[in-house]
Design a protein around this ligand. Structure first.
Ligand code: AMP
Ligand code: ZN
Length: 454
């Protein structure tokens, strides 16, 4: 057992983390619904769970991190209808943009990123099993999970039955046996995406994909399931119901939920319309500063997003890079400073870990002996790597290369397109090569030019 402690929504307390199989830790995080660019609230779970996975990788020999892509959803259907574009085009493009944005925030890709539409057969098999076992029923082309069939339904959110019905915010359809029952499968009209099933042509409800895909890649029982707090009910409650009733095995052992990112005290959300896209913010600040600002608050606490907060994050990073600049030959140490590690092991206390980064930087600034400076810089680099921070070249960062915002990159891509049109291939190649030297790779494809960090 490691000394890692995590707050478990299931027990509402901080528990010592015990891996089900210490040789292989398994974690599942609910990923984006791909119909629009990610906002900074959507990026919060990506960054938080990226730090957790980095920490787990340090503690255990093997970690499998699964984060899904929800590419079948009524919001996607609505967007396709409104824009006249094919669904597959919208989901593929949004997924690609999501990958670009998250990479610029320093988030490592998950080991497996399953798409819902590639796992319909697994969902149908699970729904069939739930019907056979008396936990679900068919009604007018729908299949519904019968909540009353599960004795401990509600154990994650701890809501009363009435609160659950109100919280689910779905109309009480006449074919439901009980108002709390939720949809596993629903019929599709010809203009909507649909798959053949024992209940006719249709599409899955929202929750079943995560039960089916986590079982496929992590097994019936696994260690950690994560997502934002808004997913506790109904999404995660219903995932537990589906998986435990189908598999007769405990589902995820630990449930972790990040708090909301807010603007002016209100949750950032597309429906409220107060969103700041990651793409937009990347035009204003380096991805690392955005990441730092997100990690400045404890993941379970609400985080109020402000311009000042982002500026403060950038100057805090400047200070840390200035300290690193005084030891340019330093390489990351094998060990992370005990203080930083202890803070992260205590339910991922990133604000405390950051304050310890500053302490190491202060000691580094004060040290007069170069070998002592190198040692402290090595510690700072190792701690930074664990948090996905401080891996830029300090000199380049302080000269502003870390500021290479998306808008500048895109302006250069536009210049290159114009150069090609004017048959100035030398200029076009030079722009591509200059960007490559800065770690930005351009890729020309049928849909135009895209770019990614090398
Ligand atoms: P969605 O694409 O809406 O399904 O959300 C993807 C992830 O972002 C989920 O884990 C949500 O809980 C999370 N999320 C959405 N809005 C916020 C927010 N304002 N603050 C923190 N997490 C959020
Ligand atoms: Zn999910």
């Amino acid at each position: 057992m490691s000394d890692l402690k995590l707050h478990n929504t299931l027990s509402k307390s901080k528990e010592g983390f015990v891996a089900l199989d210490p040789a292989h830790v398994r974690i599942y995080v609910c990923g984006p619904t791909v119909y629009d660019r990610a906002h900074i609230g959507n990026a919060r779970p990506v960054i938080v769970f990226d730090v957790l996975v980095r920490l787990l990788r340090r503690l255990y020999p093997r970690v499998t991190y699964v984060r899904n892509i929800t590419d079948v959803d009524d919001k996607i259907n609505a967007k396709a209808k409104a824009s006249g574009r094919p669904i597959a085009e919208i989901t593929a493009e949004t997924t690609k943009l999501f990958h670009e944005d998250m990479a610029l925030l320093g988030a490592l890709p998950p080991d497996i990123e399953p798409r819902a539409t590639a796992h319909i057969a697994q969902m149908i098999a699970m729904i069939q099993s739930l019907i056979e076992q008396g936990h679900a029923y068919e009604a007018e082309g729908h299949v519904l999970f019968h909540v009353a069939s599960m004795a401990d339904y509600g154990k994650l959110s701890g809501r009363s039955r009435d609160e659950m019905i109100a919280g689910a915010r779905v109309e009480v359809a006449p074919y439901k046996k009980d108002a709390a029952d939720f949809v596993l499968w629903k019929p599709s009209t010809d203009d909507l995406p649909g798959w053949d099933s024992p209940w006719g042509r249709g599409r899955p409800g929202w929750h079943i994909e995560c039960s089916a895909m986590s079982r496929e890649y992590l097994g019936e029982s696994f260690d950690i399931h994560g997502g934002g707090q808004d997913l506790i009910f109904p999404h995660h409650e219903n995932e537990i119901a589906q998986s435990e009733c189908c598999n007769h095995a405990p589902f995820a052992r630990f449930w972790l939920h990040n708090g909301f990112l807010k603007v002016g005290g209100e949750k950032m959300s597309k429906s409220i319309g107060n969103i700041l896209s990651v793409h937009q913010l990347l035009g204003e600040a380096p991805g690392e500063a955005i990441r730092f600002a997100v990690l400045s608050a404890h993941y379970r606490q609400p985080l109020d997003w402000t311009d000042e907060g982002l500026k403060a994050a950038k100057s805090a990073l400047d200070r840390l890079y200035r300290a690193l600049e005084t030891a340019p030959k330093a390489r990351a140490a094998a060990n992370v400073p005990e203080t930083v590690l202890a803070a992260l092991m205590d339910d991922l206390n990133t604000p405390l870990a950051i304050s310890h980064l500053h302490e190491v930087a202060s000691a580094l600034n004060k040290a007069s002996d170069q070998s002592e400076k190198d040692r402290l810089a090595g510690e700072l680099l190792a701690a930074g790597a664990l948090m996905g921070l401080l891996q830029n070249d300090p000199k380049g960062w302080l000269q502003g290369a870390g500021n290479e915002g998306v808008s500048e990159i895109e302006a250069l891509i536009e210049q290159r397109i114009a150069a090609k049109k004017a048959k100035d291939f030398a200029l076009a190649d030079r722009i591509r090569d200059d960007l490559k030297a800065k770690g930005i790779l351009l890729e020309d494809g049928p849909g135009g030019t895209s770019w990614r960090k090398l």
